[in-house]
Design a protein around this ligand. Structure first.
Ligand SMILES: Nc1ncnc2c1ncn2[C@@H]1O[C@H](COP(=O)(O)OP(=O)(O)OP(=O)(O)O)[C@@H](O)[C@H]1O
Ligand SMILES: [Mg+2]
Length: 447
């Protein structure tokens, strides 16, 4: 190797004082790649001892360290005539403006802000090495008064040190400003891309919901015809005495009804997601509504030989909400309770009470059925989600009831929650404001 090919740092002995082993290793690697000879000390006290022994060309030191911090170590170096000329670069995160004054007091030669750019670090090291000047032994700048951050400081360092340190601080600030501007530009570009992606996702979601809503609507007309005609044919078969056809016609009728319920659910969900579901607010008597719901659910209660217990005192009075949606939400919870309970009890309790000065209605639907595990409960309220893959074949359903119920309740400013224990039963609770208004509803109101 010729003299010219030698790496720039050859023959230069640098001491790193750093308590973080990882930081020290990274810094050491960067510097040794340039040919510098690098030694590491883990705190100020160890650093000072090594400086006294080795007299390195340059010291790069962290500030916050155990035993002796970077400032104290620097002060000791600058106080010692035999060490004074060794330049000290302090590593700082430059979050506290007082750091500048502390560095001046300690007699540091240069500041380098963390996190540093490798190239910038090397330029700074090279600069300090080439501009290395002997420190004057007497404090030429003694008594220099500095007003900074609302305080006055007397700086005892020499002029060259003050100048070097202040310029290095300014350079750091410029460098950081540049990095900040670059990040700002990158952030702007990212933000624009994100906005575009978000708009595209929203448009796609709306298109999907729109398509589903249209499709569901188109399917309902012919389906209603199938249901209607199969019903008519049943009656005609009875009139004509052709009883053989009746079971098959009944199957067509039942399958049609099932499909219609499913399509209605999908239509509801896609309308909610497309923001096209309106609330029709009216004032209704809660006890009357509960009586209607109980009458509708009766066949499902009896199907699995369950008992229905209703507790709805007349004092709960009237509420203002979307009657159809409250009724459907309760029906969904009750139909689940009946479906997942055999020869047990299904309960419906209604209460009212104030929360933070606002009157709320609480509808509690409990059962003594199969219950759920915490993992199963965590998946509830999502569309097409059932406790297990086998649920549909064993109990029927598609996993839309709870998703719709939650969205209906949230639209009215309330919510639905669940408590359950496997094998013991479940309790679903709907909470709604007694008076749903435009202020607590999360959707537009139909007028
Ligand atoms: N009372 C309950 N007891 C036990 N499990 C329940 C109960 N209610 C709901 N679940 C579980 O939550 C799942 C989702 O209920 P959800 O009402 O949304 O759908 P579904 O009843 O399966 O079908 P759909 O209501 O669309 O006909 C059910 O499949 C079941 O696994
Ligand atoms: Mg259901």
């Amino acid at each position: 190797m010729t003299a010219q090919e030698k790496p720039p740092g050859t023959g230069v002995d640098i001491l790193i004082v750093e308590d973080s082993a990882v930081q020290a290793l990274l810094l050491k690697r960067t510097l040794t790649q340039q040919g510098y000879t690098v030694t590491v000390a883990r705190d100020g006290a160890e650093g000072l001892a090594m400086i006294r022994e080795r007299k390195p060309t340059l010291v790069i030191s962290d500030i916050e360290m155990p035993h002796m911090d970077g400032y104290a170590m620097c002060r000791e170096i600058k106080r010692d005539e035999t060490l004074r000329d060794i330049p000290v670069i302090l590593l700082t995160s430059l979050t506290d403006p007082e750091d500048i004054v502390r560095g001046l007091h300690a007699g540091a030669d240069n500041y380098l802000t963390k996190p540093y750019d490798e190239e910038y670090l090397l330029t700074r090291v090279a600069y300090v090495l080439t501009n290395k000047k002997p420190r004057q032994s007497d404090n030429v700048g003694a008594g220099l008064e500095l007003h900074f951050a609302g305080k006055s400081h007397i700086i005892d360092s020499d002029r060259q040190q003050i100048l070097d340190l202040l310029i290095s601080t300014f350079e750091n600030a410029v460098q950081q400003n540049r990095a900040l501007l670059k990040t700002q530009l990158e952030l702007k570009a990212l933000n624009a891309a994100l906005q575009q992606a978000n708009a595209a996702a929203l448009a796609a979601s709306r298109a999907k919901s729109d398509f589903l809503a249209r499709m569901s609507h188109e399917l309902r007309t012919p389906l209603n015809a199938i249901i209607g005609y199969s019903e008519m044919l049943q009656e005609e078969a009875e009139d004509l005495g052709q009883a053989d056809f009746i079971p098959d016609l009944q199957k067509i009728y039942m399958a049609g009804k099932h499909l219609l319920a499913l399509i209605n659910d999908i239509l509801d969900l896609s309308k909610i997601e497309a923001g096209k579901m309106d609330l029709y607010l009216e004032t209704f008597d809660i006890a009357t509504m509960i009586r209607d719901v109980a009458a509708t659910i009766r066949p499902l209660v009896e199907k699995n030989a369950n008992t229905l217990q209703i507790l709805c005192p007349v004092e709960v009075g009237a509420m203002r909400a979307d009657l159809t949606k409250v009724r459907q939400s309760l029906f969904n919870l009750l139909s689940n309770a009946c479906k997942f309970t055999q020869q047990g009890t299904v309960g419906l309790t209604v209460t009212r009470g104030p929360v933070d000065g606002v009157a709320w209605a609480t509808f509690r639907v409990s059962d003594t059925g199969i219950g759920m595990t915490p993992a199963q409960m965590a998946r509830l309220f999502q569309a097409f989600s059932q406790a297990e893959a086998s649920t549909a074949s064993q109990y029927g359903g598609t996993g839309l009831g709870l998703a719709i119920t939650r969205r209906f309740c949230q639209m009215m400013g309330g919510d639905v929650s669940v408590e359950s224990e496997l094998g013991q039963g479940s309790t679903f609770t709907i909470r709604l404001p007694m008076e749903v208004t435009a202020a607590n509803a999360t959707t537009r109101l139909a007028v």
